[in-house]
Design a protein around this ligand. Structure first.
Ligand code: PGA
Length: 246
């Protein structure tokens, strides 16, 4: 099933999140042929979980820590997330990589801990502008995926991957659907190489300046299995339009 996900980033307080859901849920009621995922900030997970009771909309977190518990001030464990009915975790978002300095090694540990806890990681990968201009897009994406899956190659079917070119995030300049398609097809080939028993359960999402106008075009590409939407997901009407865009 296609996966349309919202990454609210550091936006919406708990009361704003509730107000969002009051508008959003009626707009997507009855939609069963695609999976809808909301990734609010940690502070909103509890209210969003309660508001989603009885709905098929899924709950995701934007980050996690890989240790089970202990002296890790400011971090959030997978057990904590599970109790809030979180079923997906965004791992390795470019803002985590480039603002907070997350390494491929740390991202690998986070992916492993999500899998162990039974949560489905949405692993984000993507090249920076200078890397694209140097013709390194495929190399960068391959390296990020191989390192993130290092030691857990047999679990490729247990996660989803979001291709998010860094230069397209929050800039209003998305990749072209055709360029995204090339990278998505490359990622699927790569997964088959990494795990010869790969069953094709990994959805490859596109993210980066998706809006209600371009969402349908991305979704019409053969290997685009869903979307990860930042800015345009903050408005319930525009995110509902994106959900219904194909
Ligand atoms: P954007 O962000 O839709 O605002 O470009 C996407 C993302 O970072 O996941």
């Amino acid at each position: 099933m296609k996966l349309i996900s919202a990454n609210w980033k550091m936006n919406l307080t708990p009361s704003q999140s509730l107000a969002y859901l009051q508008k959003f849920l009626p707009l997507v009621e009855g939609i069963k042929d695609r999976e809808i995922l909301l990734c609010p900030p940690f502070t909103s997970l509890c209210v969003v979980k309660d508001a989603l009771k009885g709905s098929s909309v899924k709950l995701g977190a934007q980050n996690c820590y890989y240790e089970a518990k202990g002296a890790y001030t400011g971090e959030v464990s997978l057990e904590m997330l599970k109790e809030l009915e979180v079923s997906y975790v965004i791992v390795g978002h470019s803002e985590r990589r480039w603002i907070f300095g997350e390494s491929d090694e740390l991202i690998n540990k986070k992916v492993i801990s999500c899998l162990k806890a039974g949560l489905r990681p949405v692993l984000c990968v993507g090249e920076k502008l200078e890397e694209r201009e140097a013709g390194l897009t495929f190399k960068v994406v391959e390296t990020q995926i191989r390192l993130a899956l290092s030691g857990i190659e047999e679990y490729t079917d247990s996660l989803d991957i979001a291709y998010e070119p860094v230069w397209a995030i929050g800039t209003g300049t998305p990749a072209t659907p055709e360029d995204a398609q090339l990278v998505h097809a490359f990622i699927k080939d790569l997964l088959n190489q990494i795990n010869s028993k790969h069953q094709g359960k990994t959805r490859v999402l596109y993210g980066g300046s998706v809006n209600p106008k371009n969402a349908g075009e991305f979704m019409s590409m053969k290997d685009v299995d869903g979307l990860l939407v930042g800015g345009a997901s903050l408005d319930p009407e525009s995110f509902a339009q994106i959900v219904k865009s194909f």
